[in-house]
Write a protein that binds this ligand. Structure first.
Ligand code: SF4
Length: 439
């Protein structure tokens, strides 16, 4: 008899990657994925704990799983369960690094269809859990996880407790997964981790280890684009930036996690940089990649944030001209230092500051897309419409809609001139295949 598994994934790209990996492991055991939660024999909720709100949602989704699929085995896994260690309503609870235990536990339970008392070992691990070569696809991109854990202990974040300290994936495993994905036709690779810049930190390496890995990746046949996940500004040394520039396949889109534009707030957050360093990194990146898109995350209403500190954040955001800012109101997360800080900011103030910063982001996004008018962009095609319009992202990670008269398939790379912009989207005419355009 074959069983069906339904996955509900909350949170970040790493969680999506891990869901895909677990799905593949279960598939090997004959458990096939279903899109219909009601017909699931197993309902997996891959939880998130990055904020108090994420915790709340994780609990809610686990309860919902029980309601929607009353006869299914409900599995709760991920960062939230790593922290809370048990979860009402779930039959099996695993954290972030005891996932190897999940498959045998599940098989045993399916076989016996009776209560098993144990939950997995919940210690955040000391080694990278290797899923094997299991590409996780995000549209036409393959997402590749190279590292887990974080040593930074930002005062608002639970991740170092939930996922443990930095441990890196073996280079050969990373390269082998990318070789396999490239053979399957993937041309763009998103390199991700919880704290990407810490790759091989446990081996005493600095951020040039990441640069070396990216060089090795760029030599693999079929790899056309390498996109980096979120980067902490402090790791973007002049040396790493020149390695990225020399590489030639790095997409000029960098997500620099800023969080606040106020030095006093950054200090209270225990971030490892100040605004002077942040500005320098932005200058160095723009010198190396003149048309780069810079995106960021910012938190509004961190404990004790004054109006003046909020204004400093708004001013730095405008000065940098980010392509997009993911703005979050501060969410109190039990177990973190920030949760115990005095001067928690009232919800209405947090919301008002969030709206102000979002308005700045929206304005800059429109202005930024205007910079592309008249310029050539390369688009990796994600969708084809019947009228011949292609949809996809350019190397700078801006969405493009363009028409072409050429026979085109998903995954092709086309090039052409930007003739218009509508909000965050670029438009163009008569795009042609990259190789045709080059010849
Ligand atoms: S760098 Fe800070 S915010 Fe990012 S995962 Fe580590 S502790 Fe959390």
């Amino acid at each position: 008899m074959s069983y069906r598994v339904y996955f509900l994934t909350l949170g970040c790209k790493v969680n999506s990657y891990e869901t895909a990996a677990i799905a593949k492991l279960l598939e090997k055991e004959g458990l096939l994925q279903t899109d219909d939660p009601k017909e699931a024999d197993v309902y997996v909720v891959n939880t998130c704990a990055v904020t108090g709100e994420a915790d709340r949602k994780s609990r809610q989704m686990i309860r919902r799983a029980r309601r929607v699929a009353p006869t299914a085995i409900v599995v709760a896994m991920g960062c939230h369960t790593q922290m809370c260690r048990e979860e009402d309503g779930a039959d099996i609870v695993v954290g972030t690094d005891d996932r190897p235990a999940l498959v045998p536990m599940l098989l045993k339970r399916l076989e016996l269809r009776k209560e098993l008392p144990e939950s997995g070992e919940l210690d955040a691990g000391s080694r990278f859990f290797e899923y094997g070569s299991i590409p996780y696809q995000e549209n036409t991109r393959a997402v590749i996880k190279i590292e887990d854990g974080c040593n930074n202990f930002c005062t608002y974040c639970i991740i170092p407790y939930a996922r443990g300290r930095v441990r890196s994936r073996e280079r050969e495993a990373i390269l082998s997964e990318i070789r396999d994905s490239a053979k399957e036709g993937y041309r763009e690779f998103v390199i991700t981790g919880i704290h990407l810049c810490s790759f091989e930190k446990e081996k005493g390496r600095d951020s040039t280890a990441l640069g070396e890995l990216l060089d090795e990746i760029s030599e693999i046949e079929g790899v056309e684009r390498i996109r980096l996940g979120s980067l902490e500004p402090s790791c973007l040394t002049e040396e790493l930036i020149s390695m990225l520039k020399r590489n030639g396949k790095i997409c000029p889109h960098f997500h620099l996690s800023l969080q606040s534009g106020s030095d006093s707030v950054l200090k209270r957050m225990n971030r490892k940089y100040d605004t002077v360093l942040f500005r320098k990194v932005v200058r160095d990146l723009r010198a190396a990649f003149p048309n780069a898109s810079l995106t960021t995350d910012m938190i509004c209403g961190f404990p004790g944030e004054t109006e003046e500190e909020h204004r400093e954040s708004c001013a730095l955001a405008e000065e940098v001209r980010f392509t997009h800012i993911h703005v979050f109101p501060y969410s109190r997360r039990d177990g973190t230092k920030a949760a115990a800080m005095k001067d928690q900011i009232p919800v209405d103030v947090k919301n008002r500051r969030t709206s102000e910063l979002r308005a700045i982001s929206d304005g800059m996004e429109e202005e930024r897309t205007g910079d592309f008018l008249g310029k050539d962009v390369e688009v990796l095609v994600e969708k084809m419409r019947e009228d011949g319009t292609i949809e996809g992202y350019c190397r700078e990670y801006v969405r493009v809609l363009a028409n072409t008269t050429e026979k085109t398939a998903t995954g092709d790379i086309l090039v052409g001139k930007v003739t218009g912009n509508a909000g965050p989207v670029l438009t163009g005419e008569c795009f042609t295949h990259l190789r045709d355009a080059e010849s």
